[in-house]
Design a binder for this molecule. Structure first.
Ligand code: SAM
Length: 254
């Protein structure tokens, strides 16, 4: 059985495909009604341009939806994070923003055999088609791990203080408004055991309202949340611009 991670921004993409199909159908219909008059050549040319443009738009939409395809895990980025975390000896791991399970699957080979794995997400299927506990569970099981999905907000995780050995957040913080991202980082510090570790894998992005260098921004916000940074690395993104920001942090000793 193959993984199925859903389609990101599926409603926007579906809308684009429907618009492209509608414009093409209209252009073809107008083109076919052309008469023998001279002006019909102009109409035919315009219709042809409209059909070609719609086909190009549809192609871009489909290629965006397949980058990466919904069944593919680009392991290198999770490997880069996992290699910097003590996952093998962690009893309890919390993956914040696990979604349909790509990060769970990416982290799975690095977990110890008896790890309790929790996956927290708002599970909003209006953004990612199929985003829900069922897909997270299914994909994790295919990777050989059992996950307990928790529906909730990263800024208010329903998890007791000091109970998690490794907290991970892969490609999620940039989605949050700045106060929520700050609050989420503070919550990572709260739920993390005193000798635990927080690992952040972030795209080269900041929240929408923020114009800053992503690595510098996430470094500063991590420190502001009461975490101490053990290391911060930038990892090449295969085939894409910018580099991932990988932060390994620990709660500041009281
Ligand atoms: C780009 S996906 C990343 C999924 C997965 N971690 C990965 O690496 O592929 C971002 C995920 O963050 C989740 N998310 C967005 N805002 C959230 C919030 N406030 N609390 C928890 N999860 C959130 C989304 O539902 C989505 O599943």
């Amino acid at each position: 059985m193959a993984y199925c991670f859903g389609i990101y921004h599926w409603r926007r993409r579906l809308r684009s495909l429907l618009v492209a199909a509608g414009v093409s159908a209209l252009a073809l219909w107008i083109g076919m009604r052309g008469s023998t008059r001279e002006s019909s050549r102009v109409v035919h040319a315009c219709c042809l341009v409209a059909v070609v443009r719609s086909a190009v738009d549809a192609g871009r939409t489909v290629s965006g939806a397949l980058s990466p395809p919904p069944w593919v895990v680009e392991r290198y980025k999770y490997d880069a994070l996992a290699a910097r975390l003590p996952l093998g000896r962690a009893d309890r791991v919390l993956d914040v923003g696990c979604g349909t399970g790509r990060s769970l699957v990416g982290l799975a080979p690095h977990l110890g055999g008896s790890t309790t794995l929790l996956g927290l997400d708002v599970f909003d299927d209006r953004v990612i088609l199929g985003n829900g506990p069922a897909l997270a569970r299914r994909n994790a099981a295919l990777a050989g791990v059992e996950v307990t999905p928790l529906q909730g907000d990263a800024a208010r995780p329903p998890v007791a203080a000091n109970t998690i050995d490794v907290v991970t957040a892969c490609r999620v913080l940039h989605d949050l408004p700045p106060p929520d991202a700050d609050r989420a980082l503070g919550e990572f510090a709260r739920v993390c055991a005193p000798d635990g570790t927080v690992g952040v894998l972030e795209l080269p992005l900041t929240p929408d309202e923020v114009d800053a260098d992503p690595a510098a921004y996430w470094r500063e916000r991590t420190l502001a949340a009461g975490l101490e940074i053990e290391r911060l690395d930038r990892v090449d993104r295969c085939g894409a611009e910018g580099r991932y920001v990988v932060i390994v942090a620990t709660p500041v000793a009281e």
